[in-house]
Every structure is written in C-alpha cells, then in structure tokens.
Design a protein around this ligand. Structure first.
Ligand SMILES: [Zn+2]
Length: 295
C-alpha cells in the first residue's frame, strides 16, 4: 500500500488522468479538489475526520507534519516516524483507501468509531501474530490487551453549530459538487434555537456546472422549503461566502447562475433572511445530509 502511494501507482483520479484512463482528476468523494494520493489519504474532508479520530487512540504523525511535499510525501512522513508509528500510519492509509473504494462504489461509510475499533483490533491481531505462533493464539496463550500504552494528546474540541437567537430559526445548507460527472448534491436543515429540527432535506442535481452553483442551489431550495415550514425570520448559514453574497448584492446576477440568484432574491422579499457565514466544521450536519443522498 505504502509503496503504491509513493510510486504513483495508487489509482487516484489524478493517476487515471495521467494514464489517459479518465478525463477528470477531481476527488470522487468531496469533488472539491484534484484527487492526488495526498488528497485521498490525508486532506480530503472525510479523511481528516478519520485521522482526527485515530489520533485519539494511536500515536500518529500530527496534522502539522503532514505536508504535500510532492510524490514522495509519504516517504517523508514515514521517515520521521518510529517503527510503531510507521505501522499505524500505513495501516490507517490502507484502511482509508479501501474506504474510498467503498464510497465510490456506492457503499455507505461505517461510523468513524466503528472504523477505529476495527483498525485497533486488526493491529492487535497483527501484533499477536508477530509474537506468538498460531497454535499459541488458538490455545489462548496470549495477553488480552496490548502491553504498550499509547500516550494520546488531547484532541482540539471541534467548533459547534452556532445557534440562532431565540426568535429566529437557522437554515444550514451545503452543496457538494462532483466534477467527475457534473452532478451535485445539496443538503438543507432548518433548526430552532434549541437545535430541534423543523426539516432536513436533500436534493440531487444531475447537471451542475461548479461548486458555487451547488451552494446556490442549496440556499435557494432551502429558502423555498423554509418559507413553507416555518414562520420565523431565518438565519441562512453556509460555509460559502461567495454563495451567501448572492443574498446581499447583485454581484452574481449577471453570472451563469443568474437564474438562481433571481430566485433567491424573490424569496428574500417573502421573509427576513439573514446570511451568516459559518466554518465548514460548523456545517457538518448539512454536509452529511447532502452526502446522504449519495448513499
Ligand atoms: Zn476529496
């Protein structure tokens, strides 16, 4: 696995395009960036979550030392690890890569915690195999837990969803564009200030031009649904400041997405909608709702 990753033999979309097998090199999971081995194994959004989770149970290279230093990035990372950390890192990227294959073939991703349990038990089994004969393992002559304890640093607490004021509802939206086939998915969730859900919805869009159009769709469709399902003024939360700008000025009205901007403008007349930029990390629910439609 590690050898494939450092010798550009991992069949990422970048690799497929390089070999003229595919015409697109975008990430099939997030659609936001070119799918290099570094993106697929380290920097894609869903992968970051896995690394963060595994850092709570394994000693792994910190996010700060994971840099895309070109095609030998993985060798550079592994060179600075001790044996145990190197094993864990390779095991983790192996699992991340097989998960990527599952996701691109329409399988649902297991919860991150389930994956963490799986990896730990796999690693423990491998360690046992190195130290005991199969006979000894079958007879149960091995310790139940690993002897080496792992010092795990405190992970940073994630940023949470910002609640709206008590007299407003919050519409969180997100769009995910797939460069591969020009489709997009959008997720929309309307919540009261106490976090209770008024509605959650997703849509698939089969012909979409880019990520901005997907975000605009999410805002427009979310606003339309919110008008039907609630009578409060609404805070519109998105992690795309470009898309939110469509709610304020007419900067995008002459763009290819002008029709969406015009519809957003019409909704703005029907109710008080307040744009609010949030971080991607705070928009996890809408993001998951959008990705859910891919399953
Ligand atoms: Zn990605």
């Amino acid at each position: 696995m590690a050898w494939k990753a450092v010798s550009r033999a991992l069949t990422t979309n970048e690799c497929k395009k390089y070999k003229h097998i595919s015409t697109r090199d975008g990430c099939p999971v997030c659609g936001r960036e070119k799918e290099t081995s570094f993106h697929a194994l380290v920097s894609c959004e869903h992968v970051r979550m896995i690394w963060a989770q595994m850092r709570t149970v394994w000693r792994l290279p910190s996010q700060e030392v994971l840099h895309d230093t070109g095609k030998e990035w993985l060798l550079n990372v592994l060179a600075n690890c001790d044996d145990h950390m190197r094993d864990c890192t390779i095991m983790l990227i192996w699992r991340i890569w097989s998960l990527r294959s599952d996701l691109t073939h329409g399988k649902e991703a297991p919860p991150v915690t389930a994956m963490s349990d799986y990896l730990q038990s796999y690693m423990n089994s491998l360690n046992l195999c190195c130290r005991f004969s199969i006979e000894e393992i079958l007879k149960g002559k091995m310790p139940m837990v690993r002897e080496e304890t792992v010092e795990v640093p405190n992970p940073r607490t994630p940023l949470h969803w910002p609640r709206p004021p008590t007299d407003r509802a919050a519409l969180s939206v997100d769009g995910a564009f797939m460069q591969e086939d020009g489709s997009a998915v959008v997720g929309m969730i309307l919540r009261r200030h106490d976090g209770s859900v008024i509605f959650a919805a997703y849509r698939c869009i089969f012909n979409c031009n880019d990520a901005l159009e997907a975000e605009l769709h999410a805002i427009m469709q979310g606003m339309a649904l919110a008008l039907q399902h609630c009578s409060l003024p609404i805070v519109v939360q998105s992690d795309s400041s470009m898309a939110l700008a469509a709610m304020n000025g007419d900067s995008l009205s002459r763009s290819a997405d002008g029709h969406l901007v015009a519809e957003i403008g019409l909704h703005m007349e029907a109710r008080e909608f307040v744009p609010s930029k949030i971080k991607r990390e705070q928009n996890r629910v809408a993001h998951r709702v959008a990705l859910y439609s891919r399953t």
